[in-house]
Design a protein around this ligand. Sequence first.
Ligand code: SF4
Length: 450
Amino acid sequence: MALSGLDIFKKLPKTNCKDCGFPTCLAFAMQLAAGKVELEKCPHVSEEAKKDLAEASQPPVLKVEVGSGDQSFIVGEETVMFRHDRTFVNASAFAVTVKDDMDDRQIEETVKDINSISYERVGETLTINAVCIKNSSGDRSKFLDAVSKVSSLTGKPMIFVSGDAETLKEAAEKFKDRRPLIHAAKKDNIEVFEGINRDTGCPIVVRGETIDEVIEITEKLREAGVKNVVIDAGTRDLKSDFVNQVAIRAAAVKKQERRLGYPTIVFPDEMTDDLHKEALIASLFVAKYGAIIVLSGTDRQNIFPLLIYRQNIYTDPRRPMQVEEKVYEINNPDENSPILITTNFSLTYFIISGEVEASKVPSWLLVMNVEGQSVLTAWAAGKFVPELIAQFVKKSGITEKVKRKEIIIPGYVAQLQGELEDELGEGWKISVGPREAGEVPKFLKSYAAK
Ligand code: SF4
């Protein structure tokens, strides 16, 4: 069980020096117990106390790394129930299933398809994180062959699922360099999994039909020093799996129940045969609180919205997504190319720059720092107004790059046109662009043709 705030307080220097940013050692201890601050923030804590407090200073949901190399992923390290309380830390990882009773061609096609899924959005690359290989045949050599095949086709992390612990042991030993996640330790095979974790370093999944059963297993693994654990509390029934996810997170975060303080894995692919329902179930677990979500296939209709949804949930609400303030060159502009202006909200920038690029019209895009707000929000907040825009245009250096002193402003702030011309002064002309980004290519083509 985790230490309480008072237990932690007893081990702190009790000088109330405030160097940690808190008014008292007790206030710091309470925050540490809640997993909201790190022990390193107190520079005066003794080495002995550090050892004692090591666990208390870890996040309520422990970190687990799956895979090796640059495609490995991290789950866990979560500290809150709700994203708006602070932030969610490590995005859910999506895995797609490969069954060992598929033929070689099916396995190859599925893995190649998993590899090929990649979308660029707001400066991030969205992909499938892992391949979940299931021993559906029940045959050990078939499973090992399937794992061999998959590992030769992808560098993505692998999850091994089998009902036979000895099959998993052999696979983990053979592929330990890839650091696969091994599913699953149960009440009757804990010793085998302790051995797998000790000998290979591979993270393991604990599976219990009830939360009490999970606690029983994780307690034994903790006593044996096994820490990189993922919980499967799944009955494969949506209602009870959902309830279990919430209960596990609440126990870890609110009660500091270390025996449940691990990331979880969920299997929407085993809950329904309907692909649309599967996507809906998976989306539920992105928000609540599936760290690894296993899907049945690579259908783009389901995968794409899930990837976008995950990205939205796992942005940090404390930090606006913003890009650098500067003059962006798109399609190799020259001194006669049109100049557009927008704000530095990432989504705005990536949508507008994408449309300008698609127009193939060489253009300059002025991106103004308004603390990551969209055009209308920044205008309403007094940050995207003629006086400030004019100051930015003058210091941006655009005047040295162009002959044509004409700027296209977003259609939603057409009312700025006259005042901005006055602020910029003699020789400047302001044109009003379209309201919707999708109309930018057509607008730019006719603008450039004039
Ligand atoms: S820095 Fe350490 S000693 Fe100083 S107030 Fe914070 S917890 Fe107490």
